[in-house]
Design a binder for this molecule. Structure first.
Ligand code: FAD
Length: 159
């Protein structure tokens, strides 16, 4: 099986889009990620998966905490900024939740402390204990499917 076939197969799993944020010595770093899952209700745990070449990897290892920002459908540009799909530097303003920077207008913000990490192949899984979260009830999510951004209304594919 080649990499393309594997990627195509995984791309058939429609997901939301998150920006993971963390902070080291006052510097905020963000990265777009869709490898995210709820793990446990008691205690409340989630997991993210970070590639070995992502600069986010060392940052979370240092800070031992991260926030998951579930993007709203009108935040495609933010996803592109934090995925490096928009190259030029953009000023992004952050709010705070439980001592972490979080994305303004995200449909949900979840602040976590790292309780475990597992290296699996070329990614590291960070298990996060949820310390606080904030929801915006009335916002539809940004979606990612077959390598493209989308929204809940299928006719409104946005890329
Ligand atoms: P960099 O390449 O250093 O940063 C990424 C971009 O964010 C840069 O352009 C940088 O300028 C900008 N940026 C960072 N911090 C700030 C700030 N404070 N203010 C303004 N701009 C800032 N990779 C994974 O490992 N796991 C995943 O689950 C995953 N899911 C993805 C899902 C989608 C839909 C997409 C499009 C990509 C996904 N990626 C995933 C790939 C990942 O987003 C990119 O490889 C990313 O560029 C890696 O980021 P980095 O930590 O190396 O940071």
């Amino acid at each position: 099986m080649d990499d393309r076939q594997f990627r195509n197969a995984m791309g058939k799993f429609a997901t939301g889009v998150n920006v993971i944020t963390t902070e080291v010595d006052g510097d905020v770093h963000g990265m777009t990620a869709n490898a995210f899952m709820s793990v446990s209700l008691d205690p409340k745990l989630v997991v993210i998966s970070i590639g070995e070449n992502a600069s986010m990897l060392e940052k979370i290892k240092k800070s031992k905490k991260y926030a998951v920002n579930i993007l709203s459908k009108n935040q495609k540009e933010l996803s592109m900024i934090f995925a490096g799909q928009i190259k030029e530097n953009r000023d992004v303003s952050f709010e705070r939740l439980a001592d972490l920077p979080v994305i303004k207008g995200a449909s949900t913000q979840i602040s976590c402390e790292v309780v475990n990490e597992h290296v699996e192949g070329d990614h590291t899984l960070f298990i996060g204990r949820v310390v606080d979260l904030q929801l915006q009830e009335c916002s539809d999510p940004l979606l990612f499917y077959k390598g493209k951004y989308s929204s809940l209304e299928r006719s409104q594919v946005v890329l």
